[in-house]
Write a protein that binds this ligand. Sequence first.
Ligand code: JD8
Length: 290
Amino acid sequence: MRVDIISIFPEYFAPLDVSLMGKARERGILDIHLHQLRDWTHDVHKTVDDTPYGGGPGMVMKPEVWGEAVDAVIEGGRAARGADALPRLVVPTPSGRPFTQEVALEYAEEPWLLFAPARYEGIDSRVVAEYGERLRADEVSIGDYVLAGGEAAVLVMVEAVGRLLPGVLGNARSVADDSFAPGAMANLLEGPVYTKPPVWRGHEVPEVLLSGHHGRIARWRRDEALRRTLDRRPELVARLDRDGLDKHDRRVIEEFEERVDERRPAAASPTGFPPEVHSAFRAGPEDMAD
Ligand code: JD8
């Protein structure tokens, strides 16, 4: 996969030289090119921003500079990838569509990504409109908090996408095991993890994990993932496809709700879900012990 990044802080991406992404680059799986936006300015101050039309705080990044930069980077990429190749343009912004594991999996199928992290109040909105007419141009957000610029978001996205590329992750772990990845454990958070020693500062590793009984271990891990998801991300539980839940799962959810009921006043729904969500997971006759 080719990745181009245009920024006024290309040095921000030094972390892409190390660890998993660094190895992916050494192996030629990831071909990352960094570009200094100011190289496409023509004034002595290398100006990339100006005051916002309509007034208001801060400065906005100039469309002409971004236009020249994106055109030049596309031309450079085409020299390597073929005259009709076009990248997918990804512009991080707090007002973008959520960047999720699903989007990461989609981007991992792309041969060429061009990231445009901005600073100040963002890029003049005509730039995305302009390129949206001839290539896929996405405005995405990595989360509901405000950063000072888009560079950190690009680091997050390049790592989330890069680790999905064939040959990047060792066989120790397959992306199929990821949380949020499509499949049975989809949308369940990772459960707790442990390694040696069996006792640390008086804290013991759960016995089942030392049992060697793979069936019980797999069951315990699923239960723990379900409990942690119910506790920390109840909204993900509602997304679980009911058919993907077995009798035991529904029991775990039941017990979690009963425990929460005890703690919470009757009025408030324990997981903040309307009763019908509860009934959706309430143990059915088929769950009644034989
Ligand atoms: C790009 C400029 C800063 C944003 C005035 C603060 C993504 N999840 C996210 N949070 N913040 C960003 C993000 C912030 C950015 C830029 C992404 C470019 N800023 C601006 C508007 C308010 N300042 C992001 N992805």
